[in-house]
Design a protein around this ligand. Structure first.
Ligand SMILES: Cc1cc2nc3c(=O)[nH]c(=O)nc-3n(C[C@H](O)[C@H](O)[C@H](O)COP(=O)(O)OP(=O)(O)OC[C@H]3O[C@@H](n4cnc5c(N)ncnc54)[C@H](O)[C@@H]3O)c2cc1C
Length: 458
C-alpha cells in the first residue's frame, strides 16, 4: 500500500496500550506507513488495557461521541468479519434499570434525545399486543441487525426476559448496538497485523524528546538509546500529562481511579447469557441493624451509611463452564495522582455486591461469604467533558491519542483511524474537530464546558 507519509521516516509511538497498538495497526496496515516503532517499558497491553470491562456501546449523550463510537463499532465489526471474530465480539447490549417510576419521563426524553443524535431508533415496549414484539439479544455473535434501544416499561416483560432481576424494576432501557469482546485478543490482532506490515516494538521508557525549532527530532530512552524521528505519537495512557510535559505542553487531562472485582457466581445469580446490567438509581446499602451500628462507630466508614451514587454494574465473564462475574461501582469519583501498584480497597467487592443486590436480589446470598475475589482496575484518564484527545499537538510532528477514559476499548478503532489520518495526511472525518486539542482555544467551546451536561460515563 502506498502512503502520503515518507517511506524512509519513522513514526514513534510512545505507549503500547490499546491506543498505541491500534494506532500502529491503522498507520502500518491501513495507511501504509512503513516504519512504525512502538516504545513501551512494559509488555504491550499490560497496564490499563489489561483491566477493562471490555464493553462497548454507541449510546452516548453527545453527538460527536455517537459519531466516533458508531464509526469505531463499524470498524470493530469489520475486523470481526475479516478475523473470523478472533476477539469474540458479542452484541448482548447494555440494560439500564430503575425502580423509580417518577424517573420514567426523563429516561424516555433522554433516550429520545440520544436516538436523535444518531444512535438508532427508540422502541417503547409497554407489553401491549398492538406493539411490535421485543426481540431478545442473542448471547453470541455480532450480526444481529438491531440498533438503537428498547425501553421496556412493562415489569412482566422485564421479568420474562431477564429472570433474576428485582421485581421492583419499573423500566429497563436495553441499548442494542452494545456488548463486549476480548480486548486482549483484539490488541494482539492489532500487534500481529502491524508487525506483518513492518511495525516493530522497542522495550524502553521515553524520557526526553529532542526538538529543533519547535519540531520533533528524536526521542531518548531511559537506557540512553536515541531514536531519530520527525513524528511522535503520545499514547501514554495515565502518564499522558507527563509525556506531554516532555514536549513542554500542559494537557487538560486528569486521572480517576476505577476498580473492578471478579468473583465466582456458583449460585448463578447473573444469567450466563445476560447483557451488561446497570443500576441507575442512587441508593443506601441494606446493612443489618448490627452492621449499621458497627459502621456508625467508625468515622472512616460512616460514608457507607449515606446515599451512594448510581451506576453499579455487572456482567458474566468467560466462555462455557465459567462461573465468573465482574462487578464495578465507582462510588468515589475523585481525581487522583497516578500510583502503581494500584491502591485497591479490600471492601470493594462487598460494597459492589451489596449495591448490585438492589437490581439482582440473588446477590444477597453472597453477603459476607464469597470466595477469593480478584480486585484490579486502573485509571480513567479523561478531559473535563469526557471527550478523548486525538490529533496534532502544538509542536510540529507531535500527535496525541489519549484521554480515553472509560471508553478506550470501544473507541480505539475510531480514534486510531482518526490519528492515522492526521499523521498520513489523509481525509479527516466531520467529527475530527470535536477531539482535537485546538477545541479548547475556541471561547465558545470554553463557555459550553461550563455547563456541560451528563457525560454518559459508567
Ligand atoms: C476498571 C476499568 C474498566 C474499564 N472498562 C472499559 C470498558 O468496558 N470499555 C471500554 O471501552 N473501556 C474501558 N475502560 C477504559 C480502557 O481500559 C482505557 O481507556 C484504555 O485501556 C486506555 O488505553 P491506553 O492505551 O490509552 O492506556 P494504557 O493501556 O494505560 O497504555 C499506556 C501505555 O503507555 C506506556 N507509557 C506511558 N508513558 C511511557 C513512556 N514515557 N515511555 C514508554 N511507554 C510509556 C505505559 O507503560 C502503558 O503501557 C476501563 C478502564 C478501567 C480502569
Amino acid at each position: 500500500m502506498s502512503s502520503a507519509y515518507p517511506a524512509e521516516e519513522e513514526v514513534v509511538i510512545c505507549g503500547a496500550g490499546i491506543a498505541g497498538v491500534s494506532a500502529a495497526y491503522f498507520l502500518a496496515a491501513r495507511q501504509g506507513v512503513q516504519r512504525v516503532i512502538l516504545v513501551d517499558e512494559l509488555p504491550p497491553l499490560s497496564l490499563t488495557s489489561d483491566h477493562s470491562t471490555e464493553c462497548y456501546r454507541n449510546w452516548w449523550p453527545d453527538e460527536a461521541m455517537v459519531a466516533l463510537l458508531s464509526r469505531s463499532i463499524d470498524l470493530l465489526e469489520e475486523l470481526a468479519e475479516i478475523s473470523n471474530n478472533v476477539f469474540h465480539l458479542n452484541r448482548r447490549g447494555y440494560l439500564y434499570c430503575t425502580a423509580e417510576a417518577a424517573k420514567i419521563p426523563t429516561i424516555q426524553q433522554s433516550a429520545e434525545a440520544i436516538s436523535r443524535l444518531g444512535a438508532g431508533p427508540l422502541r417503547i415496549q409497554r407489553g401491549l399486543p398492538s406493539e411490535p414484539p421485543y426481540i431478545p439479544a442473542q448471547a453470541e455473535g455480532y450480526r444481529q441487525g438491531l440498533s438503537g434501544a428498547d425501553l421496556l416499561l412493562d415489569p412482566a416483560l422485564i421479568q420474562q426476559n431477564f429472570p433474576g432481576l428485582s421485581g421492583s424494576i419499573v423500566a429497563a432501557l436495553h441499548v442494542r448496538r452494545a456488548g463486549w469482546f476480548s480486548a486482549q485478543q483484539l490488541g494482539m490482532y492489532f500487534l500481529e497485523q502491524a508487525r506483518l506490515h513492518g511495525a516493530s516494538f522497542v522495550s524502553g521508557r521515553v524520557v526526553e524528546v529532542e526538538k529543533r525549532k519547535q519540531r520533533v527530532q528524536a526521542v531518548l530512552l531511559a537506557d540512553g538509546r536515541r531514536i531519530e524521528t520527525n513524528c511522535l505519537v503520545l499514547a501514554a495512557g495515565p502518564y499522558l500529562p507527563e509525556a506531554a510535559r516532555m514536549l513542554g505542553i500542559d494537557l487538560p487531562v486528569y486521572n480517576e481511579l476505577h476498580l473492578k472485582a471478579a468473583i465466582n457466581d456458583p449460585l448463578g445469580v447473573v444469567l450466563r447469557r445476560s447483557p451488561l446490567l446497570i443500576w441507575t438509581d442512587p441508593q443506601e446499602l441494606d446493612w443489618s441493624e448490627e452492621e449499621r451500628q458497627a459502621i456508625a462507630e467508625d468515622p472512616q466508614l460512616t460514608w457507607l451509611l449515606q446515599t451512594l451514587p448510581s451506576g453499579v454494574h455487572t456482567r458474566p465473564e468467560g466462555g462455557s463452564g465459567s462461573q465468573m462475574i465482574l462487578m464495578l461501582w465507582e462510588y468515589h469519583n475523585a481525581r487522583v495522582e497516578v500510583e502503581f501498584p494500584l491502591p485497591t480497597d479490600p471492601q470493594y467487592p462487598e460494597i459492589a455486591l451489596r449495591g448490585l443486590s438492589r437490581m439482582v436480589p440473588g446477590f444477597r446470598g453472597y453477603y459476607g461469604k464469597f470466595a477469593r475475589p480478584r480486585i484490579d482496575g486502573g485509571y480513567y484518564t479523561r478531559t473535563r467533558e469526557n471527550r478523548p484527545l486525538v490529533g496534532r499537538l502544538p509542536v510540529e510532528g507531535a500527535y496525541v491519542i489519549g484521554a480515553l477514559s472509560g471508553f478506550g476499548m470501544m473507541a480505539c478503532c475510531g480514534a486510531a483511524e482518526l490519528l492515522a489520518a492526521y499523521v498520513a495526511h489523509g481525509a479527516l472525518p466531520d467529527y475530527a474537530p470535536a477531539f482535537a486539542l485546538e477545541r479548547y482555544q475556541d471561547p465558545g467551546y470554553q463557555k459550553r464546558l461550563e455547563n456541560w451536561g451528563e457525560s454518559g460515563q459508567l
